[in-house]
Write a protein that binds this ligand. Structure first.
Ligand code: TUI
Length: 313
């Protein structure tokens, strides 16, 4: 399947793995890239030196292109941005902020820059700043989110910019993939399904929670402080939402979530950890290899899009 995104990134399938903090390290990223999609290392809140090592390990594990996601609230974002350029990363995606100040550095290093956006205004700003594409991420996604849904956001972004649009949020199978293409996307980014992949380092307990989740099992914490984060409901979210409703300060609430993503991913603490996952978790039924996931989605999507009169060969 060829789109402007497969051409731009030199990949076989227009399917991208989200750069999830703690989960998306070099093993997951290289497995997705080996399967013909674009694997992405998620820098999350990690130190720049750790990220540099991850880039080197990914390069040793695959000859295929892979990307790096930089979470812009990371205090070491400047050093990570620099490391991306020095290490010759081919693709950078960004989250949770405006990457404008790094654009010149990355473009001069020949990096393809793909900011994740949650609004039309941000997509237009990124296009003007020189972005090669944007990921339009709906609030069905896990983790830090905006307020528009994928269904509403993707076609509006696709109309507003000339650069290709990648859809994210609420997509975990070939049906969601095909639907995103009908909305104007030229690739899809998925996170939640890859958390449960066999090559994902997420703790077994976390994977089991995703596999056992139902459609309405996620909650959004932090809405009142402008830091909405979608995750699976557990003891921590119940406590958080109770305090948030009672008007607790941002600092007080932060105490609950400090290091909580690591707790979930590394320690498998599903009661007190942050189990970031999208609303589509209910569709994830089993742990599969990245190759199986990519193959299954592409086979289903291609047959659906052919039926819709869109022929992708
Ligand atoms: O970044 C994400 N998702 C994330 S980042 C993350 S790490 C984290 N850990 C604990 C607490 C909070 C975060 C977990 N999930 N997705 C991409 C995304 N970016 N969604 C929304 C945005 C966004 C929001 C505002 C992008 C730009 C933006 O602009 C603000 C500005 O500066 O104008």
């Amino acid at each position: 399947m060829k789109t402007r995104i497969t051409e731009l990134l030199g990949i076989e399938h227009p399917l991208i793995q989200g750069g999830m903090a703690w989960v998306a390290e070099y093993r997951l990223a290289s497995a997705v890239s080996e399967a013909g999609g674009l694997g992405i290392i998620g820098a999350g809140g990690a130190p720049a030196e750790f990220v540099r090592e991850q880039i080197r390990k990914a390069r040793a594990a695959t000859d295929k292109p892979f990307g790096l996601n930089i979470m812009l609230m990371n205090p070491e974002a400047d050093a990570i941005a620099q490391a991306a350029a020095e290490e010759g990363v081919k693709v950078v995606t960004t989250g949770a902020g405006n990457p404008g100040k790094y654009m010149k550095l990355w473009k001069e290093a020949g990096i393809r820059v793909i900011p994740v956006v949650a609004s039309v205004a941000m997509a237009k700003m990124m296009e003007r700043a020189g972005a090669d594409a944007v990921v339009a991420e709906g609030m069905e996604s896990g983790g830090h989110i905006g307020s528009a849904t994928t269904m509403a956001l993707v076609p509006q972004v696709a109309d507003a910019v000339e650069i290709p649009v990648i859809a994210a949020g609420g997509i975990a199978d070939g049906r969601g993939f095909a639907a995103a293409f009908m909305l104007g996307a030229e690739a899809v980014q998925m996170g939640t399904r890859f958390v449960a992949a066999s090559e994902s380092v997420a703790h077994e307990n976390y994977k089991k929670k995703i596999i056992g989740a139902r459609d309405i099992d996620s909650e959004v914490t932090g809405m009142s402080h402008g830091h909405p984060v979608r995750q699976l409901r557990n003891q921590m979210t119940r406590e958080y939402l109770k305090l948030e409703k009672a008007g607790a300060s941002f600092e007080e609430l932060e105490q609950l979530t400090l290091g909580a993503l690591r707790k979930a991913v590394v320690e498998g603490d599903v009661m007190n950890g942050t189990l970031m996952a999208g609303q589509i978790a209910g569709l994830v039924k089993q742990e599969q290899s990245c190759r199986e996931i990519v193959q299954e989605i592409m086979t289903e999507a291609e047959s659906l899009l052919e039926g819709a009169g869109l022929k992708w060969k």
